[in-house]
Design a protein around this ligand. Structure first.
Ligand SMILES: [Zn+2]
Ligand SMILES: [Zn+2]
Length: 169
């Protein structure tokens, strides 16, 4: 029995969720401020859990916004004019990235490239500069950095550079 597949969420849906939570957080903070402003100490104390709720909402909004950002990157990477490799590179140095949580940086000496997302574990979105064909005849689009990495590492893989060169960055 085949179940109907649920449609993949789009980033705009996540951004709408985040906007709703943002409005909630604002109202929660406003109530917290009014609790804090009273003369009754018992009521004032109740501002604390409301402030905590405001912070929890901020964390929630952060998670949703981050997910929307990653989803956007994954969707962009499906563009046939972009590199097909499911992990990122430094556009200047190639496969030199390291990542930790939501940061990535290039480990090449003197390279100051850093990213505020886990670029290493995010599909490459550099423009396709070459077509790679492996020994089974499977082809894929590669950016220039991934093409030179593939040329060095993959045995029996042929790389054909496209005429159209990536424009200056
Ligand atoms: Zn670099
Ligand atoms: Zn690439």
């Amino acid at each position: 029995m085949s179940e109907p597949t649920a449609p993949e969420p789009v980033p705009a849906e996540l951004r709408a969720l985040a906007a709703e939570a943002d409005a909630l957080a604002e109202r929660t903070a406003e109530i917290a401020a009014r609790l804090e402003a009273t003369d009754d100490g018992h009521v004032q104390r109740l501002a604390q859990p409301m402030n905590k709720a405001t912070h929890d909402l901020a964390d929630y909004i952060g998670e949703i916004a981050r997910t929307a950002e990653y989803l956007t990157r994954v969707r962009v990477s499906r563009d046939p004019h972009l590199c097909d490799v499911p992990w990122g590179i430094c556009p200047d140095h190639g496969v030199t990235l390291r990542s930790l949580e939501d940061r990535a940086w290039c480990t090449a000496t003197g390279c100051g490239n850093t990213w505020t997302y886990d670029r290493l574990h995010t599909p490459c979105t550099e423009p396709a500069a070459a077509i790679a064909t492996d020994r089974d005849g499977v082809t894929g689009s590669l950016c220039s950095a991934h093409a030179s990495d593939a040329a060095q590492r993959l045995d029996g893989c042929s790389i054909e550079y496209l005429d159209h060169r990536a424009t200056n960055s």
